[in-house]
Design a protein around this ligand. Structure first.
Ligand code: ZN
Length: 166
């Protein structure tokens, strides 16, 4: 069966190739992914794809929101999702603990240890996010609730709380 008969009025999401980043949101309904992602740990793969799809939602929310509000993820759409990379990662984390992985945008005070290679550093950081994925997921949900109640410094709040579990 052809996909358009399965999805009568839904727009297509077009997938492109990128080798300049793990993933990129292009424009409209277009996402680019690097196939090398398939060599990454599952959590990194899921996070990257979810991050790019969250960008798509940030830019297309007027088209998606009315249906999304009928789902169990309505809490993610109760307010207009702000644009930007940091908000993108907070909304990605808030969707599911399995989507929690180190962010390239939400800067935590992770420091490289003396004698540690960059690979060891990344692995240590990755293990931290894996171990604390449920807490980080809950923190992201709380940050979104805070923003809904008018707190404009919800990203700072999230990072301050994250530092407490480092
Ligand atoms: Zn991004």
């Amino acid at each position: 069966m052809r996909p358009q008969t399965l999805l009568p009025r839904a727009p297509w999401v077009l997938l492109y190739y990128t080798n300049s980043a793990k993933g990129e949101y292009l424009l409209d309904w277009k996402i680019a992914l690097d196939p090398d992602l398939l060599n990454e740990p599952k959590r990194e793969l899921h996070h990257t794809i979810a991050h790019e799809l969250t960008h798509l939602i940030q830019w297309q929310q007027n088209r998606i929101r009315h249906r999304a509000l009928q789902t169990k993820y309505a809490y993610l759409y109760a307010q207009k999702i702000p644009k930007g990379e940091e908000a993108c990662d907070i909304w990605t984390y808030a969707r599911h603990p399995d989507l929690v992985a180190p962010s390239g945008y939400l800067h935590t005070p992770f420091e490289m240890r003396k004698g540690e290679t960059s690979c060891e550093f990344w692995n240590r950081k990755f293990r931290f996010y894996e171990k604390h994925c449920n807490e980080i997921h809950e923190l992201a949900k709380k940050a979104i609730e805070l923003r809904a109640r008018g707190c404009r410094r919800y990203i700072k709040w999230f990072l301050d709380e994250l530092r407490l579990i480092l």
